[in-house]
Design a protein around this ligand. Sequence first.
Ligand code: NAD
Length: 455
Amino acid sequence: MESHKQVVERLRGAFRSGVTLPIHFRLTQLEAMLSMLEDNEAQILEALHEDLAKPKFEAVLSEIHMVVNDLCYTISNLHTWMQPIYVGTNLATMLDDCFIRREPLGVVLIIGAWNYPLQLIVLPLIGAIAAGKCAILKPSEISQSTEKLLAELIPKYLSKDCYAVVCGGPEETKSLLENRYDHIFYTGSQSVARCILQAAAVHLTPVTLELGGKCPCLLYGHLDMKAAAKRLVWAKFFNVGQSCVAPDYVLCTAETRDLLLPFIKEALESFYGSEPQQSQDLGRIVTDRHWNRLVELLKRSEGKVVIGGQSVKEEKYIAPTVVVDVQESDALMQEEIFGPILPILTIKSLDEGINFINEREKPLALYVFSDESPIVTTVLERTSSGGFCSNDGIVHMSLPGLPFGGVGASGMGSYHGRWGFETFSHKRSCMLRGWVLERVNVLRNPPYKESNLSW
Ligand code: NAD
């Protein structure tokens, strides 16, 4: 068996051979990835079902379609993205070629999380391949079936010399991190991100951190409560709330809350029926450990459960749950929920809502629901977050034209579409000078004349 060090060295050797540089190679690999997804769709859906009981519709939409869209977009645009960008010159450089060239740096380590186990490995890999890098992929060990399937499929479809999958948990990841990379791309929790940064510091390796946190959803002013409730419920309970961009909590006035709650109830019933446990369209919590954490959070909450609250350990089931009368100090407000529990907190004014958001870590996504566009604009202008979406949730991340990433504690760097290509490319400043105009250099050479500075 190859050691992690040997895998890194093998990939570095392939990178140094220059095989990944031609556009033809990159496109061939991206097209092979498309075939991998098309040929194995049934197996992929089965693995995602085994890991998270993902409903087929959710799996196809968020893991397959999203990746295929990004792949097609990248394949169609890669030639344009790879072109050098020429920059303006001045009098002293007017005869030179001055441009920015995108170059791959070498080998990247991509570490994924379990909640979208295919997407979170394959989407960054698209950017790495497009940029001409070699990559080691470390899927989450928690979503075991998808991890195994990726380890089987990637070497079957992509160049074994340039891309490798390493399976395992924290111990394997720590051992991988002892090696030197040219970039580390990590998706996961803020606490593990600190270990990643420490390991990266040893070799001064650049990192991209795709983290989480608590994404607020602020409802304010006039709005269509029925539509708002449906969109909120869809975004929150998609993947049973196990989305890094799921609305984590709602902020609204007490009047809005009272008007909204019956519509949330109605939306939940229309989506999952009166017995959500029987619904084929609601997945499950990933492991017993994660289930325990959520059930414990709910027990410790001092809020009032007004919808749901039921849980069944054997099935890792937690009903879509809404909790009101939640205070800032509540257990539900101390960590990212990452499950099907939606606390509603009340505010008295828009300013109070904005201040509440700004007093906390910058979220990965911020949602504002309102019919009144000045309210949407005010929230947009007075807050900061990785992404922003009005009157809906999650959907902003489906566009490959928009960079996806956090800010502050929710992450650093971004990807999707062109942004993945840019993240994995070094922007090399190039000035190609000739020998003409040598006579002009007399102006800059010693013995200096201050009068020449006016040039
Ligand atoms: P996880 O447990 O799957 O861990 C992520 C990766 O880190 C795994 O590959 C795991 O093997 C590795 N790992 C775990 N402990 C480690 C350690 N001590 N040292 C080195 N490596 C270690 O996933 P998670 O961390 O539970 O993920 C959930 C978090 O990820 C949430 O906060 C969520 O919001 C965030 N997330 C963010 C995005 C995004 O795109 N921004 C996407 C999905 C999830």
